[in-house]
Design a protein around this ligand. Structure first.
Ligand code: AMP
Length: 444
């Protein structure tokens, strides 16, 4: 099945072909006809599946097909609104809109916070057919009456689960009140919690439902390993591994911004060029870090889950979980950064005594044997007791003012409240830890 046979116009197919895509991905095969039909859509797909083109291509087709002739007075209206949880994702989606739409006469704009609002106000005075925005800044514009959403025909909520995790539900509801009830709505989400189902029920009208398999649930190309190590010796072990194996382009995950900053600084001191990327960084700093990481001049990028989500860094050789995520599904997102497009990747988790329960959760979700190995020289000290992980932070990494920026509640269907002890109640967590075993003395 080709893009042309899905019913997309010649201009769009040409742009896609130039991008190097020959065949639609499974999500595109299902989403493109559904969106072209004009109906609502509820799609279960995560980053890496090709979901962006899955909605961008048919939206471009529909808007170009039914071009507005240009009003007799005033500027043409915004016709499609794409909401994303993060600035990086907004930038990437808008780049896709521009690239796939380069042979069409449609204008797009991205809009997010953390940057001066005035250039955005200026741009909104020109023709914008497709607006890609994060909710907070969009509402700022709405309040200042610098954006008019009253003619939006198509609305997309991209990574809706992440938007809810980041506390955007009220913003989304306010935005809904500003756009016409009569519209096409597309909701993309990697997970389907009860919250997402409620949101979908309230926003979608008799939607087509599609779901593609989790990309990485069976990603055979990713080698996954865990090392048992003391909480306070993780950085030492990471430095050792990076230097010993001469790793480059290592994406390292921490649970909190504070931990990301601290680790990046420490690695830098160890002579390993590293930068942190998270919501408190300026847009310029994030863009620079990402660029240097992509072009290979920055050896290590330390990221929080939220900052990294949606960033398209392809074919990473190494992803390291410096701290395991509180929500096992985030592990799948994290390691999905490696081994893309047929290249091999390695995902490594550094697991301390506090995190055995989290490791067991991940092993259960991914159906993998993730037994933590012990590296000679880094044997965990059995006298160290497990401590609860509160608000995503371990002792020593505890920020003064809480965890991840906007209140993030890692509560997904069937998961636990935010502030829970890693041991699932605190009582003897080590007793439920997966068995540890020693490697044969090799550091591989
Ligand atoms: P996404 O899930 O939208 O973040 O896309 C993940 C990656 O897949 C991006 O790097 C896209 O450029 C790429 N991609 C999207 N569609 C295709 C396709 N049909 N063939 C090959 N690569 C694709």
């Amino acid at each position: 099945m080709s893009f042309a046979s899905l019913g997309l116009s010649e201009e769009i197919v040409r742009a896609v072909t130039e991008r190097g895509y020959t065949d639609p991905t499974p999500i595109q095969l299902q989403a493109i006809p559904a969106v072209l039909s004009g109906g609502d859509l509820l799609a279960g797909a995560q980053t890496g599946t090709g979901k962006t083109a899955g909605f961008v291509l048919p939206i471009l087709h529909r808007l170009a097909d039914k071009a507005v002739k240009g009003p007799s007075e005033g500027r043409p209206p915004i016709r499609a609104l794409i909401l994303t949880p993060t600035r990086e994702l907004a930038a990437q989606v808008e780049e896709s809109v521009r690239e796939y739409g380069k042979y069409l006469k449609l204008n797009s704009m991205m809009m997010f916070g953390g940057v001066n609002i005035n250039p955005q106000i200026q741009k909104l005075r020109s023709r914008v057919d497709i607006l890609v925005a994060t909710p907070g800044r969009l509402l700022d514009h709405a309040q200042q009456k610098t954006v008019d959403l009253s003619k939006v025909e198509i609305l997309v909520l991209d990574e809706a689960d992440r938007m809810l995790d980041m506390g955007f539900i009220r913003d989304i509801k306010k935005i809904m009140a500003l756009i016409p009830k009569q519209r096409q709505t597309l909701l993309f989400s990697a997970t389907f919690s009860d919250e997402i189902k409620t949101l979908a029920d309230s926003l979608l009208n008799n939607p087509a439902m599609i779901e593609v398999a989790r990309r990485n649930a069976t990603a055979e190309l990713i080698s996954q390993k865990a090392y048992a190590v003391d909480r306070e010796r993780k950085r030492e072990l990471l430095t050792h591994l990076i230097k010993e194996h001469n790793w480059f382009q290592v994406l390292v995950f921490t649970r909190t911004k504070h931990a990301a900053n601290r680790l990046a600084e420490q690695l830098d001191k160890d002579g390993i060029p590293a930068m942190a990327i998270h919501g408190n960084k300026s847009q310029a700093a994030r863009t620079r870090a990402l660029k240097e990481f992509k072009d290979g001049s920055l050896q290590v990028l330390v990221a929080t889950d939220i900052a990294a989500r949606g960033i398209d860094i392809s074919e990473l050789p190494h992803v390291v979980n410096f701290e395991l995520p509180n929500v096992a599904e985030d592990y799948v997102h994290r390691i999905g950064r490696t081994g893309r497009a047929g290249s091999e990747g390695e995902a490594l988790s550094l697991v301390c005594v506090d995190e055995h329960k989290l490791l067991a959760d991940i092993a259960r979700l991914t159906k993998r044997d993730l037994t933590a190995e012990i590296l000679p020289g880094f044997e965990p000290d059995p006298r160290i007791k497990a401590e609860p992980i509160l608000n995503g932070s371990q002792r020593g990494n505890q920020p003064r003012g809480g965890g991840q920026g906007r209140a993030r509640t890692p509560v997904r269907s069937g998961s636990q409240p935010a502030a829970r002890p890693a041991g699932g109640g605190g009582a003897k967590p080590a007793a439920r830890a997966p068995a540890l075993h020693r490697t044969g003395g090799r550091n591989r």
